[in-house]
Design a binder for this molecule. Sequence first.
Ligand code: PMV
Length: 316
Amino acid sequence: MISKSSAPGKVILFGEHAVVYGEPALAMAVDKRCGCEISVSSSRTTVNGHPIREEYHSYILQCLNILEVDNKLKISTESDIPSGAGMGSSAAVSVATIGALRKFLEKGSTEEMIAKDAFNVEFEVQGNASPIDTSTSTHGNAIMVSEKKEKDFLWEIKKDEKSWNIHHRDIPDMDFVIGDTGVHSSTGPLVEKVKKFYRKSNFAREIIQEIGEIVRDGCVLLEEEDLEGVGRLMNKNHRLLSILGVSHPSLEKLIKGARRHSYGAKLTGAGGGGSMIALTDEPNKVAEVIEKKGGTPYVLKSTKKGLTSTNTEEKE
Ligand code: PMV
């Protein structure tokens, strides 16, 4: 038997950083995907033809551990999601691998089971994780994560004292361009920087709340397919993130350039470098500007398609 799966990457549209303080965040699946194929191996477990090794295959190894797999497997993965560009490449590998493994082992494969396993995989490998990436990659379309259970609740993810409620949100077909600044940024120190500001300043706490309102308004405008309104909120969300201190000159340069041909643009993910996202009807023009300004553009579409997985009989 061969089990095959495919899981999308994600981008955060609204609410990064504020989500750390209990405000909601909205992420959507994008049309860049990671595929995984699993069959029985006659000798040892391999990944893309090489023996599985912790230093190269930490996410896949953790998927095998979590599902307590002791069979020898031939695992192949293939991804067109760039890594380190805020598109959830490690989450998509984890979701695709868990999805294929659960099919292969006939262990039950509801979205909830897969999203929970994949979150635990990321948590174990990274020592910390938010469930945004893995839940979006599993479910597709868009998800809103929030403290309370709300309309279109899907599942709850718990870790230690923390808990996140994941909700389905519907979004129209949209064109986006991601611009990778090439400036490396780490999420942990940026979250710490905002935390310091949050603790000592009422103003920072008000900004975080205002971002929460943007997320909720954004969900309504997306449902109404009001792209101009969504773009305006992206610009506003970016302004507030800059005030929190997580923008970067490299991001400002790409965002300013992209806005000439976009409904709106903002940083996506942790900031401090990393990537920006623009919502546009002219993706090629935006990609050109981003390239001219020294960034790496990725032209994307939103997608409703989350994880897919199938079993097929191996041919003799
Ligand atoms: O860097 P990313 O794309 O994983 O996003 C980080 C988002 C934050 O809100 C800054 C942190 C978090 O854990 O939610």
